[in-house]
Design a binder for this molecule. Structure first.
Ligand SMILES: [Mg+2]
Length: 208
């Protein structure tokens, strides 16, 4: 198995922001007198596009209004965002092997750009796409813009939506178990390959 191009999700794939996302989500829910979610409940219920998650919890509140609460709460969260183990080394390995790397994330662009600089990861990517609510709507355009041949390209992500985005784009899907969706949940989307973390993916690349 050898890919020439990898499109990475950000949250739960390259960085761990689950703690601050749960903190911020609960602050949003609190504003509307809704009980907070514990980690397990959040992971079971959260999905992308996140508009669907919020439509279920707060059906009558516009997404834009929720985002005005979420963003400052995320910035003020006590739990830090961290680079996931193996992420840095995997991106370095991709450079060594000549694999072109991209990011496609739903994360708000301001927060994403800040994290990319904070973690000094910007130079690892040829191009990044953030603030994308439904990744399926952009995947074809990304493949076309960068002349990515589908059979040489994979999307690496931690959620069902990432697998569905890969399928929609006609590219391979690689699921990682370091993020929001649990293994049995991700398995229902039938990814082409599932790895416990990026370290295992890196070993597969190095040995192929
Ligand atoms: Mg993710």
């Amino acid at each position: 198995m050898m890919f020439r191009n990898l499109i990475f999700d950000w949250s739960g794939t390259l960085v761990d922001d689950l703690g601050p996302v749960i903190e911020a989500t609960n602050i949003v829910l609190e504003k509307y007198q809704i009980d907070s979610l514990d980690r397990e409940t959040f992971c079971r219920r959260f999905r992308l596009p996140y508009s669907e998650f919020y439509a279920e919890l707060l059906p009558h509140i516009p997404l834009a209004e929720l985002e005005t609460h979420f963003r400052p709460a995320f910035d003020a969260a006590v739990t830090p965002v961290t680079v996931l183990p193996h992420a840095r080394e995997t991106l370095e390995c991709c450079v060594t092997l000549g694999i072109r790397c991209f990011v496609l994330t739903s994360m708000d662009s301001v927060a994403f750009e800040r994290q990319m600089d904070q973690f000094n990861l910007r130079h690892r990517f040829e191009a990044t796409y953030s603030g994308v609510l439904d990744k399926r709507e952009l995947i074809h355009q990304i493949l076309e813009t960068h002349d990515l041949i589908p059979r040489e390209t994979a999307f690496v992500g931690d959620m069902i939506h990432d697998v569905e985005t890969a399928r929609h784009g006609g590219i391979s899907s690689i699921a990682v178990l370091t993020g929001y969706n649990r293994a049995e949940v991700l398995a229902t989307a039938r990814p082409d390959l599932t790895v416990p973390d990026l370290g295992v993916l890196r070993e597969l690349f190095e040995h192929s």
